[in-house]
Design a protein around this ligand. Structure first.
Ligand code: ARG
Length: 285
């Protein structure tokens, strides 16, 4: 859990340091990274399945309490990363966070557009492994349903969208430089599914995590530059109109030779597919 602790705390630390005006020592990006590093602004209407996961109580109100991202896979079901709901991030279990919510339909977090919907239940994968990052997903149940048009279908095992070389988009409100620059607006970055061997070589274990091809997806650009980053965790990786991954981890952001690692959605279906709400989302679009 130790590495998860450090990584997961990156954002709260940034906020705490900003509040206290303490210079924060962070690993400097190897190159001048720009993402969602290397990304571009999008309107949430173009990706209505992308929601902010928030708690003003835990993370402050400046950006509506956003601390992670979720993907709408059923009208009342959102997937996010397990590490987002860890005690190291929340300071408690998720059910002790009284205002845990998702925000749908709000591009600019400082606006009042869209809807804030309370999370009525959180199921964190009990087999999530904070050392390798294996199984990094959680299922949020919403107190109110979203329209069916907000639901994205999940790509099952063997779906061609997982093939290396496939173009994909990753969405989030996370750090755009790797140095703690959090945008107000939603962004997306164009990446590609990369061969598992690239991530196996980059992440043999012992560092930030270990790449496991059965449960993770490797994506980014071989030359770096475009990637997810801190604060994007749980966010959707979408290819061929289907959800294939959730932002999980990486070494820095957008560095050549250190691709982004995503929770493999087909493995979520395998583990949590019995949950009716997840099944409802699978293959629906
Ligand atoms: N763990 C990070 C978070 O909590 C996500 C990191 C993703 N990093 C990457 N280089 N793709 O927001």
């Amino acid at each position: 859990m130790r590495r998860t602790f450090v990584r997961a705390l990156a954002r709260p630390l940034v906020l705490a340091a900003a509040a206290a005006a303490i210079p924060l020592v962070t690993a400097a990006p190897a190159a001048a990274d720009r993402v969602v590093v290397g990304g571009f602004p999008v309107d949430v209407s173009q990706s209505p399945w992308t929601v902010a996961v928030s708690s003003r109580d835990r993370f402050g109100g400046t950006r509506a309490g956003q601390f992670c991202v979720g993907a709408v896979v059923g009208r009342s079901t959102v997937l996010t990363a397990a590490h987002c709901l860890s005690p190291e991030v929340l300071g408690s279990t998720p059910d002790q966070v009284s205002d845990l919510s998702v925000i749908a339909g709000r591009t600019d977090l400082t606006s009042s557009h869209g809807r804030e919907i309370a999370v009525s239940g959180a199921w964190v994968n009990p087999d999530y492994d904070g050392d390798t990052n294996d199984g990094d997903f959680a299922v949020l149940s919403l107190a109110e349903a979203l329209p069916a048009s907000a639901v994205i279908g999940m790509a099952g095992a063997g779906d061609p969208a997982y093939a290396p070389g496939t173009r994909a988009l990753v969405y989030g409100w996370g750090d755009v430089t790797g140095a703690g620059d959090y945008p107000r607006g939603l962004r997306a970055a164009r990446v590609r599914v990369l061969p598992d061997t690239l991530c196996e070589e980059a992440y043999p274990g012992g560092g930030e995590g270990r790449y496991l091809a059965d449960s993770m997806v490797c994506a980014g650009e071989r030359e770096g530059g475009r990637d997810a980053c801190q604060g994007d965790s749980g966010g959707p990786l979408v290819a061929q109109g289907k959800l294939i991954g959730l932002v999980s981890w990486g070494n820095g952001c957008g560095r050549a030779g250190s691709p982004g690692v995503y929770t493999r959605v087909s493995d979520i279906i395998r583990i949590a597919g019995w949950r009716s709400a997840v099944r409802e989302g699978a293959g629906s679009g």
